[in-house]
Ligand binder design. Structure first.
Ligand code: CA
Length: 378
């Protein structure tokens, strides 16, 4: 009996250190392994700002960039992405043009917004001599995932067309995708389509509205999804004080470009998406079972939260603007090390400091199982 008790104590002690190795839902373990990711974006100014953050973050390796049919025309979006990559000395990262139109519907962002992409929205962005990938965006996604030695995270900051095509064309890539982390949708907040256009849809968010069928494929994919909704992005406004703060510290090329393309209006949509990928604690998350409305008039693209099924998404429903600004400026200006992050596990729903307790709990279960087994042997 004494021998058995000693064995049980050893088992319990052995379990404790594993608390620090539990992966978070976004693929980052709390010891900050490198995240390999593919960005699929629609090359609006907030997408480009988000890309700058990903390129600069010390724990992230960007494998490639796809451009979806969104705010920018696809060819203009590709050029802007290539210009930024060339300027930053990262010409080795491939950029691919996506499908020009949504899968089925003929939805699109307002034409005047899209036309702005042909002059970089009036910003002074670097031009490029680089050529896009010979693959289209969905082919590039498939190729990068298949050829990656380790699993990949997909981050989508535009309509989900390219990712949906990739998943439909080559479903086997799902086994190597840790998570799809996306900006889109709304749970409690109203949509922003009708608020910002003459389209009479007041419940959908733009990215999902533009290609609801693509979103439907993604949300039914069975993959882990984190959805950074308008509920959260509405709480991180772009302000003059943010710009003043950035101006007072900016040193890196990424920070200088960020300052060039940031205006003190509206919200940090895609920027919150990327910061909440590396630092989930910037947001409050809820599990939801999301269904995409496909054909209800004036509700297409609504992200319905239903009670009918298992949850299929972790949804960011609020965010802390102060923490966001600290992290966004800190990382993009090279002032924060990767170890400075304190990731919250949305997978377990526990903050990292509680993970050792979870490990102890698991250890206790193991102990009980061993004890029962020992008693049965008697
Ligand atoms: Ca976007």
């Amino acid at each position: 009996m004494k021998k058995e008790r000693s064995l049980l104590i050893i088992v319990a002690l052995l379990m404790i250190p594993f608390g620090g190795l539990f992966p978070t839902s976004n693929g980052i373990s709390s010891d900050q392994d490198e995240i390999k990711l593919i960005l699929d974006m629609d090359a609006a100014p907030d997408d480009l700002a988000a890309m700058l953050y990903l390129l600069k973050h010390p724990a992230i390796s960007v494998l490639g960039v796809g451009v979806s049919c969104g705010v920018a025309y696809v060819d203009a979006g590709v050029d802007m992405a290539l210009g930024i990559l060339e300027h930053l000395g990262k010409s080795y990262i491939p950029v691919a043009a996506g499908k020009e139109t949504p899968l089925i519907v003929e939805h699109a962002f307002p034409t005047p917004w899209r036309e702005g992409s042909y002059n970089s929205y009036g910003f002074n962005l670097p031009t490029t001599t680089l050529q896009p990938s010979s693959m289209n965006a969905s082919e590039l996604i498939i190729s990068l995932v298949e050829n990656s030695e380790s699993n990949v995270t997909l981050i989508a900051t535009g309509p989900l067309t390219n990712i949906a095509i990739a998943l439909e064309t080559e479903p086997s890539i799902k086994s190597k995708i840790d998570r799809i982390h996306l900006m889109g949708g709304a749970i409690y907040a109203p949509g922003n389509v009708g608020l910002e256009s003459d389209i009479p849809n007041y419940v959908a968010e733009w990215n999902i509205w533009v290609d609801p069928h693509a979103a439907d494929i993604v949300f039914k994919s069975g993959l882990l999804i984190s959805m950074v909704s308008l509920d959260a992005t509405n709480q991180v406004p772009r302000t003059q004080s943010f710009l003043d703060r950035l101006e007072s510290v900016m040193e890196t090329p990424e920070a200088l470009l960020l300052y060039e393309i940031t205006t003190p209006t509206l919200y940090f949509w895609d920027q919150l998406a990327v910061v909440s990928l590396t630092n989930p604690e910037v947001a409050t998350w809820e599990e939801h079972c999301i269904e995409i409305v496909l054909d209800l008039e004036n509700q297409e693209g609504k992200t319905n939260s239903t009670n009918t099924g298992l949850s299929n998404a972790d949804v960011a429903v609020s965010a802390d603007a102060s923490i966001f600004e600290d992290l966004f400026i800190g990382y993009i200006n090279g002032d924060l090390p990767p170890s400075d992050t304190t990731t919250t596990s949305t997978l377990t729903g526990l903050p990292p400091e509680l993970l050792p307790l979870l490990a102890v709990g698991v250890g206790a279960v193991v102990v009980a199982a061993v004890a029962v087994s020992a008693m049965k042997r008697r």
